[in-house]
Design a protein around this ligand. Structure first.
Ligand code: 0RA
Length: 648
């Protein structure tokens, strides 16, 4: 037996006391899991994996680990292995038990280590392996130190047995295996694509680290991906263009980086031929969804540099100025900073607050981007010309907008002619149904509760905003009635306090055409009235799929399972079968049926549209509504099984 093992046994005396403390700490996590991992839903569940992977990535960033394996095993057990040094197993100086045991049982133990300065702090991130242990039905780890294999197993955070040597080895590294606790989590089933997206992002952000991700749950459908990007965030930018089917305006991804004091910043950027901007910012590998000082500094300097370039080369007239929106049209960029101490702000801790980052990033962009532009005149010219085009479109849009405003002022801000308004004025109580087609619109208008339900029928071909220049959107005859009825304005004019209806309900057929109009409207809301989505105002009506009917008994079924249940209920001993009618469209229902099945708050089913991941939603809309066919075909093939119901 090794000496180390003897030492481990010698701590028996302290075992009782430390075990009690440990249990108190981890019990707090089990009592309030949300405080440590955000939620006990799918998000929190996936967070467990990120926590364990982050530890391995820290080891890689410290320079000791080159490969990380992440496996989803049968029964939704997760295994994470790295080829780092192996977590130290010797006795921890203050806790008097093995340091590895401390890592898995003492809250925030991760933060106490290091001095390496790479540990992530702040927000819900980096809460540590002990939190994962506390929230696992069981967790076990193996440490390979080049000599021995050390092992320990926990049940819901506690252990009966100290760490022990179970064999010999010549390799080094750490393997962790855990099963999330179904007493804690609403679901314990992992989503392959969610984990893949996050692991891929980490592989981009940490160039040179190899992550091998496999899903071994179904032996007939084993999935595996090796995520290894020597080009780091440059390849991240290329990947975003490829998955969205966007055409870059030049081959090169612009890349620069800098170090100052304890701060590192890397930026990769490239322009494409779309009208959208997509800037992803990260602090210590955490996606800052609400930006912050690093992202603002980048945007400010980008605007400044492009303007200076224009002036310097006589491309911009005296007094003429490109705005931020102009220089960011069609821009895809990744801004990644790494700091010793990140301060995350805002409700969801999604914004970087560190003020020292601003001058550092500004100086970096001012110098390096200007150098790049001067050394690459043809790319510089393409970017500059694109910005000038955006400026022209913005000015044309402004004129169109003012025209629309003047027109509506002249018409005393009159509501659209097709709108069938309700009598209630307080948006807390009102709803508007946006209905596809005049005939369904008519049924809805007759069937509604006129006190609080308004109806706006749409007809003809709705504009696809993804393919339209800004100036075509203002005053567009298909969109304008929606904008006027809602009252909020769009884009920079948007004002939610002017919203005339608290619930905006899209009511379209449950078929391909209905899906098309739903997607067109959602794309418009996502690009031009996004707060309506994030604020939870947008709903999708769910008309029934079947009417099951026998004698005086009528039931409406919203799914195939429900249909079968109702048929069984209404059919007598299989002798007199109930009659089943499949609704092909809203138009097949009369006003009474429409009210009863789809509009009456007492019976209706509605889906609230939620924005789970703005980046993913951007990707989906660009793929679905953009002008490249191949990525769309790919997306549809991959998602055909979910086609009934696409979340954004
Ligand atoms: C050596 C020292 C320290 C940690 C590790 C190795 C280590 C931790 C993990 C977690 C997952 N895999 C790992 N591999 C190695 C403590 C930190 C320090 O003192 O630098």
């Amino acid at each position: 037996m090794s000496e180390e093992l003897n030492v481990n046994f010698n701590v028996e005396d302290d075992y009782g006391a430390s075990q009690i403390q440990v249990l108190e700490g981890l019990e707090a996590v089990r009592v309030r899991p949300g405080m440590y991992i955000g939620s006990t839903g799918a998000r929190g569940l996936h967070h467990l994996v990120y926590e364990i992977v982050d530890n391995a990535i820290d080891e890689a960033l410290a320079g000791y680990c080159s490969e990380i394996r992440v496996d989803i095993l049968k029964d939704n057990i997760i295994e994470v292995s790295d080829n780092g040094r192996g977590i130290p197993t010797g006795i921890h100086p203050t806790e008097k038990i093995s340091a590895a045991t401390v890592v898995y049982t003492v809250l925030h133990a991760g933060g106490k280590f290091g001095g390496g300065g790479y540990k992530v702090a702040g927000g819900l991130h980096g809460v540590g392996a002990s939190v994962v242990n506390a929230l696992s039905e069981w967790l076990e780890f193996w440490v390979y130190d080049g000599k021995n294999v050390h092992h320990q197993k926990f049940n819901r955070g506690s252990y009966d047995k100290q760490i022990e040597i179970i064999g010999e080895t010549d390799k080094t590294g750490t393997t962790v295996r855990f099963k999330a606790d179904s007493e804690i989590f609403e679901t314990t089933v992992y989503d392959y694509d969610i984990l893949l997206q996050r692991l891929r992002e980490q592989a981009f952000l940490n160039a040179g680290i190899k992550i091998v991700f496999s899903d071994l749950r179904d032996e007939n459908d084993i999935k595996s991906e090796t995520l290894y990007y020597e080009g780091g965030i440059r390849q991240f930018v290329e990947h975003m263009h490829n998955t969205r089917g966007l055409e870059p305006i030049s081959d090169t991804v612009i890349y620069f980086s800098g170090i100052q004091d304890d701060m590192v910043c890397e930026i990769a950027m490239q322009y494409n031929d779309s009208y959208n901007e997509l800037i992803l910012s990260f602090a210590n590998n955490i996606h800052t969804t609400d930006g912050g000082t690093h992202e603002n500094a980048y945007k400010n300097s980008l605007t400044k540099v492009i303007n200076e370039y224009g002036k310097k080369f006589g491309l911009l007239k005296e007094g003429d100025k490109l705005l931020g929106d102009d220089v960011r049209e069609g821009l895809t960029a990744v801004v990644s900073v790494k700091l010793t101490n990140c301060e995350f702000e805002g409700q969801t801790k999604g914004r970087l607050g560190n003020p020292e980052v601003r001058p550092f990033v500004e100086k970096l962009v001012n110098e390096k981007l200007m150098n790049f532009l001067e050394e690459n005149p043809s790319i510089a010219r393409a970017i500059f010309d694109k910005s000038v085009n955006a400026q022209k479109a913005r000015e044309a849009a402004k004129r169109a907008r003012e025209l629309t405003r003047r027109k509506s002022a002249l018409e005393s801000a009159s509501l659209p002619g097709k709108l069938v308004d309700c009598s209630e004025r307080d948006p807390e109580f009102t709803e508007i149904y946006i209905v596809e087609g005049d005939s369904a619109g008519g049924s809805a208008a007759n069937g509604r509760d006129r006190r609080y339900q308004a109806i706006l029928p749409l007809w003809g071909k709705m504009l696809n905003v993804e393919k339209a220049k800004l100036d075509r959107i203002y005053g567009n005859d298909k969109l304008q009635p929606v904008v006027t009825a809602l009252g909020t304005g769009i884009g920079e004019d948007f004002d939610i306090s002017k919203l005339r209806y608290g619930k905006v309900i899209i009511m379209a057929d449950a078929d391909v055409d209905g899906a098309h109009i739903r997607t067109l409207l959602l794309t418009f809301f996502f690009r031009f009235m996004r707060p309506l989505i994030t604020n939870g105002n947008i709903y999708l009506a769910q008309p029934p799929l079947y009417k099951i009917h026998r004698g005086k008994n009528i039931r409406y079924a919203y799914s195939d399972e429900e249909r079968d249940t109702f048929i069984a209920e209404l059919s007598e001993n299989g002798k007199y079968k109930a009659d089943v009618q499949r609704y092909k469209g809203l138009g097949e229902m009369d006003s009474e049926q429409l009210w009863e099945t789809t509009m009456d708050p007492k019976n209706r089913i509605m889906k609230r549209v939620e924005l789970l991941d703005a980046v993913k939603a951007d990707e989906t809309f660009t793929i679905l509504m953009g002008d490249k066919v191949a990525p769309r075909k790919n997306f549809i093939e991959k998602n055909a099984k979910y086609a009934v119901n696409i979340d954004i």
